[in-house]
Write a protein that binds this ligand. Structure first.
Ligand code: ADP
Ligand code: MG
Length: 301
């Protein structure tokens, strides 16, 4: 679909499925042959840490932002084609970090990986707003609940003020029998509906298992939807997205066209790489925009 490779996964309200979306979108892209880095930008919460075996003295994004470690030191392999940069766990370290350093972290990861997904904290603090402007596009995550949709408006507004773009809406934890029209919700926010992710008990189970849903229960409704989302964002066709796991397992039915698709996309992607340049031309004013966006947002309250 596009040359966008750095996505912020954001929401207005917390607990709507951002981390689930980051991990599963990232893993689905990795399964399709893309090299992916997922980054825990929710500095106060350390969400992704559950997917990485960290000891208290493991290097994290905190150490990188504090100037004490390289990005590579804080990068952990999750599975084939996918790494995570966890943010760490100690709230006391939080005050020492410089969110502005995130710009450098992102630009380094951008040059190393095909896709970079930033798992952004909810709310309006500086480390939440900065990534909205740093990413090529924001994937807005919300449940269909009115309160979550309402809070999504704030994220849309903050993204605009931070100089970013919202790619579209991902509705999570949807119920098939519900009388809420999902396209209508997206229309009300004036956003394309990228995907709906059904309520799926395997989502929670997969967290306890420490395994992304798309690997834990690849045939389930949520995993299937996450693969569709990956295909849509990457502009690729995934072999057998609906009801077969062959794309993941490489078993007897042979999914060689999966690899071919990825290669074709890589070639197409390299023709449009100059698409990354607009954001990087005016970095100072982008930072100012972010600061004023936060100030304005706070004064709105
Ligand atoms: P956030 O990062 O926005 O705070 P999480 O991704 O941590 O949200 O999800 C919040 C909770 O909702 C978690 O317990 C998670 O397992 C659960 N959850 C997320 N997506 C789904 C889904 N599609 N079906 C059922 N539960 C889900
Ligand atoms: Mg989270």
């Amino acid at each position: 679909m596009s040359h966008e490779t750095v996505y912020s996964i954001a929401s207005g309200k917390g607990g709507v499925g951002k981390t689930t979306t980051t991990v599963n979108l990232g893993t689905a892209l990795a399964q399709a042959g893309k090299r992916v880095a997922i980054v825990d930008v929710d500095l106060g919460m350390a969400n992704l840490a559950g997917f990485v075996s960290l000891s208290p003295d493991s290097t994290t994004l905190h150490d990188v932002l504090a100037g004490n470690a390289s990005v590579e030191d804080a990068t952990y392999r999750l599975a084939e084609n996918i790494v995570a940069v966890p943010s760490g766990i100690g709230l006391d370290e939080y005050a020492e970090t410089s969110p502005e350093g995130l710009r450098e972290v992102v630009s380094e990861l951008r040059s190393t990986y095909d896709y970079v997904l930033l798992d952004v904290g909810a709310g309006i603090s500086h480390e939440t707003v900065l990534p909205l402007g740093l990413a090529d596009a924001v994937v807005l995550v919300s449940t269909p609940e009115p309160a979550a949709i309402q809070d999504s408006r704030k994220t849309i507004e903050l993204t605009a003020r931070a100089g970013g773009t919202v790619a579209g809406l991902v509705l999570t934890r949807t119920h098939p029998g519900s009388d809420i029209s999902h396209p209508d919700l997206a229309d009300r926010l004036d956003l394309p509906l990228l995907e709906t992710i059904p309520e799926d008990s395997a989502a929670r189970e997969s967290v306890y298992a420490g395994t992304p849903l798309v690997a834990y229960e690849p045939n389930g409704p949520a995993a299937t939807a996450y693969r569709h989302l990956a295909a849509e964002l990457a502009g690729i066709e995934l072999a057998g997205t609906a009801d077969d796991t062959d794309a993941d397992d490489n078993d007897n039915t042979g999914d060689n066209d999966n690899t071919d698709t990825a290669t074709a996309e890589d070639a197409a992607g390299s023709e449009t790489e100059d698409g990354n340049s607009p954001e990087s031309t005016d970095e100072t004013s982008a930072t100012d925009d972010v600061s004023s966006a936060i100030t304005e947002a706070e004064s709105d309250h």
